[in-house]
Ligand binder design. Structure first.
Ligand SMILES: C[S@@+](CC[C@H](N)C(=O)[O-])C[C@H]1O[C@@H](n2cnc3c(N)ncnc32)[C@H](O)[C@@H]1O
Length: 271
């Protein structure tokens, strides 16, 4: 997908305002916190439950420097910064997401430890060895040039730095039914297979040390939402897609249930 198509898919008016309004309604009289925003600003399957797994895999602590590749509205960055204490820098192609991420971090007092900028993951502007760890959540399916992303992340990480990738990956040749949340049709989707991720990461200079299929956790969140928990991510994204929203989410949910697509977490270490 070209940059314009990606930005078009994710651009929506008034993102930060919509998240703040919905999160404030959940918070009620309590002070607005990251945990309220996280119901609406985590734009990947499994939401904050999956982000907690990513945070656990990132071997970085207080004062460390983390890069978030394709940071969206900043939900994962705020969650990792709050849990582990590093400074998180988010880079994203979509300007309205970067603005929303900054506004939301300001609102919960995290603007000092999370920063966001517009940028392309295939051509990062950072110096070599700037970051101690990196993460990328639900971005690769929008990027045909994954080799370029992995080579850039390798360049900006310190030796032995951790790179946690959590992406939807194909398990074989089959594709999901379209549309899905990241693409209206197959021409705009760049889902790669689990094997392709492994070999691209290895060729870029990483050793894949751990892999986890988070389908069970995605199902756990879905179950909680069926039982009444706010399905905020779907609420936010469905509004962008108008009447197509529900079918996009249904299609990816079936693809995961049928095992055509896996929400897979890979922990890679820079060699
Ligand atoms: C599904 S959202 C995930 C956002 C965030 N990682 C999260 O989990 O909440 C995908 C994001 O990837 C961004 N993106 C896609 N291609 C990119 C690229 N080449 N460089 C940087 N960001 C990109 C999009 O703009 C979008 O914000």
């Amino acid at each position: 997908m070209g940059d314009e198509a990606v930005v078009g898919n994710y651009s929506a008016e008034g993102l930060a305002g919509a998240v703040l309004e919905k999160a404030a309604a959940v918070a009620g009289s309590a002070p607005l916190g990251v945990e309220h925003l996280a119901l609406f600003d985590e734009l990947h399957m499994g939401g904050r439950l999956a982000t907690a797994q990513v945070a656990e895999a990132l071997t970085v602590g207080h004062g460390g420097r983390v890069l978030d590749v394709g940071s969206g509205m900043g939900g994962p960055a705020r969650s990792v910064a709050t849990r582990l204490g590093p400074h998180v820098t988010g880079v994203d192609l979509t300007p309205v997401h970067v603005e929303a991420a900054q506004t939301l971090s300001d609102r919960v007092g995290l603007s000092g430890i999370t920063t966001f900028q517009v940028g392309d993951a295939t051509d990062l502007t950072f110096e070599d060895a700037t970051f101690d760890a990196a993460m990328m959540l639900f971005v690769g399916m929008n990027v045909p040039a994954k080799a370029a992303v992995f080579s850039e992340v390798h360049r900006v990480l310190v030796p032995s730095g951790t790179f946690v990738v959590y992406d939807p990956m194909r398990t074989g040749p089959a594709q999901p039914d379209f549309p899905v949340p990241w693409a209206a049709g197959p021409d705009a989707s760049f889902l790669a297979t689990v094997e392709e991720y492994r070999s691209l990461l290895t060729e870029a200079g990483f050793t894949v040390e751990e892999e986890h299929n988070l389908a069970g956790l995605v199902e756990q969140l879905r179950q909680r939402q069926t039982e009444g928990e706010v399905a905020g991510q779907q609420e936010m994204m469905s509004a962008w897609f108008d009447s197509e929203g529900p079918v996009r989410f249904r299609n990816i949910a079936s693809a995961i249930r049928e095992g055509v697509v896996e929400p897979r977490l890979m922990v890679a270490r820079r060699r």
